[in-house]
Design a protein around this ligand. Structure first.
Ligand code: HEC
Ligand code: HEC
Length: 349
């Protein structure tokens, strides 16, 4: 019943407040808004999705609301069949349960749809980091022939021809729909996808009531040289935002970051993803080649696929059965159920 009321509230335009009953810090003086959340996940650098938005696209309620509508709108694909949410599904932490994605007319790409979690803190986007802002990123899938396959000018024309959008664009950006306001609106919605209420968040704030001893032992393995995970997935954000070859690359496969920089040493490097909500976003890695978290631990324990450019940190690290169970308990404690089922975005799905 509560959920139904919450959904109705969103539809009526009065969504619930951001989840902040677990000690998450809400910045003083920020407008309280159902979409422009001011919650900071534990262990992140300073800043909220409000303060991290670029100056020319300040995060406001009407912008995030417009972006939400666009994110779930199939009109933005040539065939009217695919929305951003087709591949970025809220209940899978805005990823999808498939190795690679399927776009218009059943076309498949070659990469796994990443989870969209706490991207407001991201520095570059896509597995190879080829977009430097969420605004730049937002237009790419619309035009990508394997995804939505629609010239962005046509996407703008479609929403401009829909009278129900006119007021929303006007309110958000003070004018009719344009390529710029389309990109900015979508980026505003991605920026409010903040996950800050996992058992791990509470653990970092000193409350271990639902973190558990196995998760604590797993965290110790993760943060020590035994697991060595922290080198790339540091405590808090669980990503260093860098590009590394973690041994997934094999000769002749997707070159990753090298395609962007042209540097030999960047062969097989991919952006380190956050691990927050990772239990909800299988399969794993840029190519979706690892089906489960158990497979991921096997991969790291054997030191990856042995490619020439593998990072030196990735080496055979035998893990006992108990250590594996503990690492899995830790990774599962990164799940934030309120994020996965948040009525602010469940409604549009
Ligand atoms: C057909 C499936 C599909 C659709 C539709 C789609 N995406 Fe994606 N998305 C992907 C894949 C696959 C990647 C990774 C591509 C790459 O790295 O080259 C990605 C990457 C991203 C990233 C980068 C995440 C990161 O960690 O760097 C963002 C943000 C994103 N998509 C948002 C969107 C938005 C917004 C839309 C709608 C305008 C959208 N996507 C539509 C499949 C899709
Ligand atoms: C040298 C840096 C590095 C180290 C050390 C490292 N990782 Fe990663 N991790 C990455 C990179 C880079 C990716 C993405 C690779 C790709 O997409 O091919 C990744 C991906 C993952 C993923 C998949 C996430 C997703 O959304 O697909 C998981 C889970 C993961 N790492 C867990 C771990 C664990 C557990 C450890 C320690 C046992 C660890 N990592 C150690 C760099 C590292």
């Amino acid at each position: 019943m509560q959920r139904v009321l919450a959904l109705l509230a969103v539809v009526a335009g009065i969504g619930p407040l951001p989840a902040c009953g677990d000690g998450a810090s809400v910045m003083k003086g920020q407008p309280e808004s159902p979409l422009a959340t001011a919650v900071v996940p534990a262990g992140y650098p300073a800043g909220t999705s409000l303060t991290l938005a670029p100056a020319d696209n300040a995060l406001t309620e009407p912008r995030a609301r417009l972006g939400r509508r666009l994110f779930f709108d199939k009109q933005l694909s040539r065939t009217g069949e695919i929305a951003c949410s087709s591949c970025h599904q809220p209940e899978h932490a805005f990823s999808e349960p498939a190795a690679v994605s399927t776009g218009v007319e059943g076309r498949t790409g070659s990469r796994n749809a990443p989870a969209l979690v706490n991207q407001a803190w991201g520095r570059s986007f896509f597995w190879d980091g080829r977009a430097t802002s969420l605004e730049e990123q937002a237009g790419k899938p619309i035009e990508n022939p394997d995804e939505m396959d629609l010239p962005i000018s046509e996407a703008v024309a479609r929403v401009a021809a829909d009278p129900s959008y006119a007021g929303e664009f006007e309110q958000a950006y003070g004018g009719p729909a344009s390529e710029e306001s389309l990109r900015k609106g979508i980026a505003s919605f991605v920026r409010v996808l903040v996950s800050a209420a996992s058992p791990y968040d509470r653990h970092l704030r000193g409350d271990d009531s639902d973190f558990g001893e196995a998760a604590q032992r797993g965290e110790a393995v993760f943060l020590s040289e035994k697991g060595a995970c922290f080198h790339c997935h540091p405590a808090g954000p669980l990503t260093n935002e860098g590009f590394f070859n973690n041994g997934v690359y094999v000769d002749g496969a997707d070159p990753g970051r090298q395609k962007i920089t042209g540097r030999t040493g960047d062969l097989g490097k991919f952006k380190v993803p956050t691990l927050r909500n990772v239990a909800a976003s299988a399969p794993y890695m840029h190519d979706g080649s690892l089906g489960t978290l158990e497979d991921v631990l096997d991969h790291y324990a054997r030191g990856g696929n042995g490619g020439a450019f593998t990072d030196p940190t990735i080496e055979a690290r035998p893990l006992s059965a108990d250590e594996r169970q503990d690492l899995l308990a830790f990774l599962r404690a990164l799940t934030d159920p309120t994020f996965l089922a948040d009525p602010r975005w469940a409604a549009g799905h």
